[in-house]
Ligand binder design. Structure first.
Ligand code: ADP
Ligand code: ADP
Length: 236
């Protein structure tokens, strides 16, 4: 069973009557468990729109989206929120860490939202994830004390906290230099291999998309190509 399956998914934006702007024209797509995928395409091709639909942050205009085999079109907001927090981890270009919280509490955030005060097991998991991203020494620091690459690693650890089946990342290396960006991609790859979670990353950098196992190219709201090719992790 795929993590995500899209059938003839369309999205239009209401830009004032009588005009509607159709941005995605009928996307068919399936993401399997453990797939490490890059989503590329020119600016305005619909990547962010698609990512918002995949993350259940926005609803399609037509078509169906299955998350873990379940059709989501008719789900109410409460169910969508539950599905999202149960199955999906998000990483954004600007990490959205909470400046006043230390690194450990930032990683614990998704758990605090779900369960209130974190217990010892949650803390242990957060510390393990921070260890895996090489930041165990920085648990007491504030995000502002860290470099951009380190902050993004914290955001990745946070996204993994709920053990998602799918990680969605919107240009997570957009504001990082080449070497730091490659390091952040390695962290995604490491979790992908360790836990089998599917990873889908929007990126503009062809050197980074080349390290992915699959590259989906969006042009003008259609999938222009979808290439499966085991990524060369040694390249990063
Ligand atoms: P990309 O992420 O590939 O740059 P987007 O999904 O951001 O593409 O945008 C695709 C198209 O949809 C663009 O023409 C953009 O102007 C339009 N668009 C995006 N969001 C909105 C919105 N909220 N309302 C109206 N048009 C939008
Ligand atoms: P095991 O059966 O090997 O003990 P667990 O499911 O108990 O595996 O996970 C052990 C640790 O691995 C957890 O504390 C957690 O930090 C991490 N982990 C497992 N699966 C995931 C996942 N999908 N995302 C993030 N962390 C995970």
């Amino acid at each position: 069973q795929p993590v995500l399956a899209l059938e003839a998914l369309k999205k239009s934006y209401n830009i004032g009557k009588p005009n509607e702007l159709e941005v995605l024209h009928g996307i068919d797509l399936s993401i399997k468990r453990g797939e490490f995928t890059a989503l590329v395409g020119p600016s305005g091709s619909g990547k962010s729109t698609l990512l918002n639909l995949l993350g259940l942050l926005d609803q399609p205009t037509a078509g169906e989206l299955y998350l873990m085999g379940q059709p989501t079109r008719t789900m109410d907001d409460e169910t969508l929120t539950a599905m999202r927090s149960r199955h999906i981890g998000f990483v954004f270009q600007f990490h959205h860490l909470i400046p006043a919280f230390n690194v450990l509490d930032n990683v614990l955030m998704p758990m605090m939202i779900r369960h209130g005060r974190p217990n010892a097991e949650m803390r242990e998991r957060a510390l393990q994830l921070l260890d895996q991203v090489g930041l165990l020494k920085f648990t007491d620091r504030k995000p502002g004390d860290l470099s951009g690459g380190q902050q993004q690693r914290v955001a990745i650890a946070r996204a993994l906290m709920t053990r998602p089946d799918l990680i969605l990342a919107d240009e997570p290396t957009g504001n990082l230099d080449t070497q730091t960006a490659a390091g952040v991609f390695d962290v995604f790859r490491q979790f992908n291999e360790a836990y089998g979670c599917a990873v889908l990353i929007v990126t503009h950098d062809p050197r980074l998309s080349a390290t992915c196992d699959r590259t989906i190219t969006l042009i003008d709201g259609n999938i222009a190509s979808d290439v499966h090719e085991p990524g060369n992790t040694a390249q990063t």
